[in-house]
Write a protein that binds this ligand. Structure first.
Ligand SMILES: NC(=O)c1ccc[n+]([C@@H]2O[C@H](COP(=O)([O-])OP(=O)(O)OC[C@H]3O[C@@H](n4cnc5c(N)ncnc54)[C@H](OP(=O)(O)O)[C@@H]3O)[C@@H](O)[C@H]2O)c1
Length: 300
């Protein structure tokens, strides 16, 4: 065993959209091939290096491994592991971290949201979007979800969205629906989808409203500057991974806030759909094809 490390028998590994970008060589970080994708694992500790004193064999833990999670066993530095609250199942625990910390970082640290205001969320039936619905509601925001299927909209509504809009409506219809539901315009937009939705949602923002740049699943939007000027709107970048790397202590504190909300039931990470580990390629394809409501976990 390597010094300062522990061995984990993996019981679930979360699947994220970013994993698909990694394997297609489309992510900003390009690891040398061959590599094993997978960032988030949960399992039992089976071995501990002699110099590790605060972890014991048999403990159920989460580890943010960066890469290599699609495995039945991982060896990670002990400082990377988190002991989990019993309230989270293995599947929930393996799929909540990236999604919830992105949502929390965006809404709390970047937007400084105020309770009672309106939040419009794209891609709201899965991944970071669904987490933003849950976090937004827990922070007292009034949430409007945008998603493509009944299943995804139902999941978002179950997590507390007051209204749900079909993302397959026209750009104008989505904008008008958001304005009508919020009584004139929304205060925040959380957008992991991008593409055409970027401009649509910018135009749905009220005075001093903030558009949060989260992701570009449907392409990088070109936002017209005149629409930012009008009504004194703001566009705010959100790079949770980059920030967490530079601010590990603040990220740990944020994780503790999120875990406290999970432990007392204010946040409810979704129970994921599970695929056998051998079907990892199918899982990535189904995620990219927008077939999955909620999250996916691979089970060795
Ligand atoms: N900024 C950050 O710090 C940060 C952190 C983590 C992830 N991200 C980014 O957030 C984005 C979403 O990640 P995720 O893990 O939440 O992904 P996900 O679970 O796959 O969700 C993405 C959603 O996007 C929607 N979508 C709209 N147009 C699409 C298209 N052309 N192709 C595929 N999906 C489309 C789908 O919802 P509908 O079918 O309902 O439209 C889908 O459910 C990614 O770009 C990722 O890189 C950013």
């Amino acid at each position: 065993m390597f010094p300062s490390c522990v061995r984990i028998d993996v019981s679930a590994c979360g699947v994220n959209f970013v994993d698909g970008l990694f394997v297609q060589g489309k992510y900003q970080i390009k690891p040398p091939t061959p590599f094993v994708p997978g960032m988030e694992v949960v399992g039992r500790v089976t071995e501990v290096a002699p110099d590790v004193t605060d972890v014991t064999v048999g403990q159920r833990v989460f580890a943010n491994v960066g890469l290599g999670g699609y495995s039945d066993e991982v060896v990670v530095p002990a400082k990377r592991i988190i002991v989990l609250p019993d309230t989270l199942s293995d599947g929930q625990a393996a799929t909540f971290m990236q999604s919830y910390l992105t949502a929390w970082f965006a809404l709390v640290e970047r937007a400084h949201v105020e309770a009672g205001k309106w939040l419009l969320v794209s891609g709201a039936g899965s991944g970071v979007g669904l987490a933003a619905v849950d976090v937004g509601r827990a922070l007292g925001l009034r949430v409007i979800a945008v998603a493509s299927t009944d299943d995804k909209r139902a999941l978002a509504t179950d997590r507390g969205a007051e209204a749900a809009i079909d993302s397959r409506l026209t750009a104008d219809e989505i904008k008008e629906a958001a304005k009508q539901i919020s009584g004139g315009g929304v205060d925040y937009v959380y957008d992991p989808v991008g593409g055409e939705f970027g401009e649509v949602s910018l135009r749905a923002l009220n005075d001093d409203g903030q558009y949060l740049v989260i992701g570009f699943v449907a392409g990088i939007p070109k936002l017209p500057a005149n629409q930012v000027l009008l009504r004194n709107r703001r566009v705010t970048g959100v790079d949770w991974g980059g920030w967490a790397g530079k601010n590990p202590a603040a990220n740990d504190a944020m994780l503790q806030d999120v875990l406290r909300f999970v432990a007392d039931g204010r946040l409810r990470p979704v129970e994921p759909v599970t695929y056998p580990l051998v079907d990892a390629a199918r899982a990535l394809q189904d995620l990219e094809d927008r077939k999955v409501a909620g999250k996916i976990a691979l089970v060795p």
